[in-house]
Ligand binder design. Sequence first.
Ligand code: TLP
Length: 344
Amino acid sequence: MKDFIDLRSDTVTKPTAAMRKAMAEAEVGDDVFGEDPSINALQEKMAKILGKEASIFVPTGTMANQIAIKSHTQPGDEVIVEASSHCCNFEAGAGGALSGIQFYHLRGIRGILEATQIAEAIRPDDHHLPVSRLVCVENTHNYGGGTIYPVEKMKAIYELAKSRNLVVHLDGARLWNASVATGIKPHEYAQWADSVSVCLSKGLGAPVGSLVAGSRSYIDRAHRFRKMFGGGMRQAGIVAAAGIYALDHHLERLKEDHENAKCLAYGLNRIKGVSINPDEVETNILFFDVPQTGKTAFEIAEAMKKQRILIHPSAKARIRLVTHLDVHREDIEIALEAFRMVLG
Ligand code: TLP
């Protein structure tokens, strides 16, 4: 029996035995000199998957987003984002600190923005105002509840951006989940962004690693900023090999995570005092509200921990659950039983 069932995030997965074997056997070299064959193979593979000219390997999704922002902007520029998006809320203020940009927040529906909202946020050409330079979209949208950005909305945003001389960055930390859920290929989403960041260390189950993809000249610029941000690694092929393994073996199984999240949502919906709409659960992330249970989300998390289930209280009356490759269907049943006990 497992120690804990960990539903806090899909970042908590441990590399499988087969993944560790691939890592142990990886060919390596000094990647700062561009000489690590495993990193080079991963970068080429990812560029192809995303339909971009080039890509660059970095340690984290945060660094990927921040290098992407830095490579697109000048200090003083404005970056239009959805108000709950990762790049402006959960990256330690990096946009302001490292790129000197300011964010313009728009409230979306479960994280999704309309092109018309963005059109109104773009600043006119006036010396008093910041320059609107970049739009960031997030697919799937984490704090929207694992929401899938409809590809036609991404297209409309991209076309608007091009017509107004802006660029678009896609935070595709969980683009894999969107793609597996809809059957729309990653490159079909990525064509509607100038740059894309993707993570290997979330649903795909690799221990470390993200990439930024874009045009060759853009990725060349990103290389300098990766060095500046301290992200140039040496024999990192050991971790790139885990990423290649994950792309080859862990993509299709994301369907199971989506089914498990749905199952959790339907089970939670039957518990008194829990507020959730299971129809809104599209991928592997779900949020639910607990204002009617007489307990705070923090108290519920403590009580669940005693039942050996880890969950994430994201606000006083709000809980986030995330399914992943170390959570199986029987774990869902066990977690639901524990929720019924704690909230009953
Ligand atoms: N998200 C983490 C936490 O930081 C909240 C999680 O548990 O979900 N983009 C998106 C959409 C993300 O969800 C995350 C991580 C990142 C970027 C940053 O990735 P890392 O953690 O590798 O820096």
